[in-house]
Ligand binder design. Structure first.
Ligand code: PLP
Length: 412
């Protein structure tokens, strides 16, 4: 008899955004004339930068001729893209990397989830609460989460509460943890860690032989000087940290798919059986076995993000989303909501009014204003009572949403 992976049974039935979509579809069916504005899911609305579009067209042409045709791409990415990433993303920060420390992939979502392939048994995993759900679910799938208690807590996952009194930043765990997921600028809270805040975690990881999985998918949204763009700006981090980056929110690649991870060769981990292993070699091996690389056309598109035109067009799009986030933030501030994020991030995180539960606030916004956001509870227990809105909508829809809220005078 086929025996399925029972770990799937330990998870909530639906991925958060599936549940939201189902609710929205139901509402739309019941109210066919409703003009619903989606400020919930983290998908972009601006089209690809023209420089990227042009480069991809040219790459399609390359594929049609004998002398420029490309078959399987290199598993870990073309050198042309790795060089551009190094020269544009890391060298200016004073970070040195070998090209074989850069791994091109089809998404930071898959990278963060697939990295669980490299974990042995018995690790204690620290996740922030609220958290980007992929870190949690992928560890449960992989059987890394341990036993589940009647109240739904996993024995090998330590949740680090991120609360308003700590500006939604995780505090160091009391008991030792082996794997630490950090996301900065953060999804969902929009909060970014400063140099000093990140240093504390690097110091902790070095002291306890832990590793940090640092998700910097929103790095390009950083506007303040005291926020590191890469964890490798922190001394010692190459011995303990992996970094994930993506072209999705930077260059509108959510539908194109291209990202990369940095796995330093200096990061060497002990295995329980004795001996030392290089995570760089392991990730390389995993890529070679399970991944046949990102297509030439897509990698040429990603390369164009680093042309002068591409850079300019990307920054225009980032400003566009940040302006939307600022407008959302300003409106709720003017209504005296407790509000976070939206400065170094496209995400605005707000406290729901009158102790409303976050799903109740979701229903309220949908039914009264036809606006869709994301209930904080969907990102973890500590997200209860909070709500995420994003600057990823179009400028017109974002303004229209604010107009509707102003007109009916949303409560505080
Ligand atoms: N990491 C975080 C924190 C995200 O919020 C997202 C997307 O919403 C991703 C990764 C996914 O990135 P990609 O589109 O490269 O898979």
């Amino acid at each position: 008899m086929f025996n399925a992976n029972g770990n799937f049974d330990l998870l909530k039935n639906n991925y958060l955004f599936q549940t939201i979509e189902e609710k929205v579809v139901k509402y739309q069916n019941e109210n066919p004339d409703a003009d619903i504005i989606k400020l919930g899911i983290g998908d972009v609305t601006r089209p690809l930068p023209k420089a990227v579009q042009k480069a991809m067209h040219e790459a399609v042409d390359d594929m049609g001729y004998d002398d420029t045709f490309e078959g399987y791409p290199p598993n870990t990415g073309y050198v042309f893209l790795k060089e551009a990433i190094f020269k544009n993303e890391y060298e200016p920060l004073g970070i040195n990397l070998d090209l074989d420390e850069i791994f091109i992939s089809d998404g930071a979502k898959s990278d963060t989830a697939n990295f669980t392939d490299l974990f042995g048994g018995g690790n204690i995993i620290a996740l922030t609460d609220p958290v980007y759900p992929v870190y949690f679910d992928s560890n449960v799938f992989a059987g890394n989460a341990g036993k589940i208690s009647p109240d739904g807590e996993f024995s090998k996952i330590r949740l680090l509460p991120c609360l308003s009194e700590n500006n939604f930043l995780p505090q160091l765990p009391y008991r030792k943890v082996d794997i630490i997921y950090l996301c900065s600028p953060n999804n969902p809270t929009g909060i970014a860690m400063t140099y000093d805040e990140l240093k504390i975690w690097v110091k902790y990881a070095l002291k306890h032989n832990s590793i940090i999985l640092f998700d910097a998918a929103y790095e390009r949204y950083i506007t303040c000087d005291n926020i590191p763009h890469s964890i490798y700006e922190i001394e010692g981090s190459k011995q303990c940290a992996i970094e994930f980056r993506s072209f999705s929110k930077t260059a509108g690649f959510t539908g194109v798919r291209c990202a990369y991870s940095i796995v330093p060769k200096a990061l060497r981990v002990h295995i329980r059986e004795g001996g030392v292993m290089s995570l760089n070699k392991m990730w390389n091996r995993r890529h070679a076995t399970k991944f046949n690389g990102v297509s030439y056309i897509i990698q040429k598109g990603a390369l164009a993000c680093y042309s002068d035109e591409g850079k300019k067009q990307i920054m225009e799009n980032i400003s566009y989303y940040l302006n939307n986030a600022a407008a959302i933030r300003e409106y709720f501030e003017s209504m005296e909501y407790e509000i976070y994020g939206g400065i170094n991030s496209p995400y605005v995180w707000l406290k729901t009014p009158e102790e409303m539960s976050s799903w109740h606030f979701f229903d309220y916004l949908l039914s009264e204003f036809q606006i869709v956001g994301t209930p904080g509870e969907g990102f973890g227990k500590c997200g209860e009572g909070f709500f995420r809105l994003t600057g990823f909508g179009t400028h017109e829809k974002t303004q229209e949403a604010i107009k509707r809220l102003k007109k009916q005078n949303i409560g505080t």
